[in-house]
Design a protein around this ligand. Structure first.
Ligand code: ADP
Length: 202
């Protein structure tokens, strides 16, 4: 008897900055392409580091990705590809990947579930915590709803231990808890840190 299960599901890849989330997404997507599956990759339009229409890891590997402003853009793109959601007889991609998913809007949750229900393998990569080490926006709900969760660690820049947090530095100093997320004109940077070396200035 043929199983009625079509294989659609949700995979989430999380961790702090520099933990290899983009690398892992690229690895999974590359393997799907080798398997001759139809793969579409998206990323937030605001993340234009290195390449406009590619997912790039800090180590330099890339894969083609369409920049989008939100979940509605992805829905439009899927329709534009002749792969209308829920339209009978239309072909959906086998795999949909999204990098830096925390920067999109929470309408990504129903979209991801709809795609998975329709048989698509959905792979989402993003930060699980913000620079304060607080759960990042709607990411907790994605983690709860996923079939598979991979939580990666980076290397703490202070001690070399596994790092689970993203340290925000403003002018070389640890950011304060209530520093605005966007600071115009400030010199800011991020480092991977462990629990002990992640600091919030009071
Ligand atoms: P993410 O998408 O999670 O930000 P990337 O896949 O873009 O991560 O980059 C991971 C790569 O970054 C690692 O393979 C390594 O080459 C490099 N890297 C730089 N700094 C660090 C660090 N502190 N810890 C781990 N990897 C680092």
């Amino acid at each position: 008897l043929k199983s009625p299960y079509h294989g659609g599901h949700l995979e989430v890849i999380v961790g702090p900055m520099f933990s290899g989330k983009s690398e892992e997404l690229i690895r999974r997507v590359t393997r799907a392409v080798i398997a001759r599956q139809r793969v579409l990759v998206f990323k937030p339009a605001l993340d234009d580091r290195y390449h406009e229409s590619a997912v790039a890891s800090h180590a330099g590997r890339t894969v083609h990705a369409t920049p989008v402003r939100g979940a509605a853009d992805i829905r439009a793109q899927l329709s534009g590809e002749g792969t209308l959601l829920h339209a009978q007889g239309e072909v959906l991609p086998d795999v949909v990947g999204i990098d830096e998913v925390q920067f999109l809007d929470d309408a990504i949750i129903p979209l991801a579930l709809e795609l998975a229900d329709a048989g698509v393998r959905v792979i989402l990569a993003g930060l699980d915590q913000d620079f304060r080490a607080e759960p990042f926006g709607f990411m907790p709900e994605l983690l709860a709803r996923a079939e598979s969760v991979e939580k990666l660690t980076a290397i703490c820049t202070v001690c070399g231990a596994p790092a689970t947090r993203s340290q925000r530095l403003i002018g070389g100093q640890p950011a304060r808890f209530d520093d605005p997320v966007v600071l115009v004109g400030a010199q800011e940077s991020y480092e991977a840190r462990c629990r002990v070396h992640h600091v919030l200035r009071s």
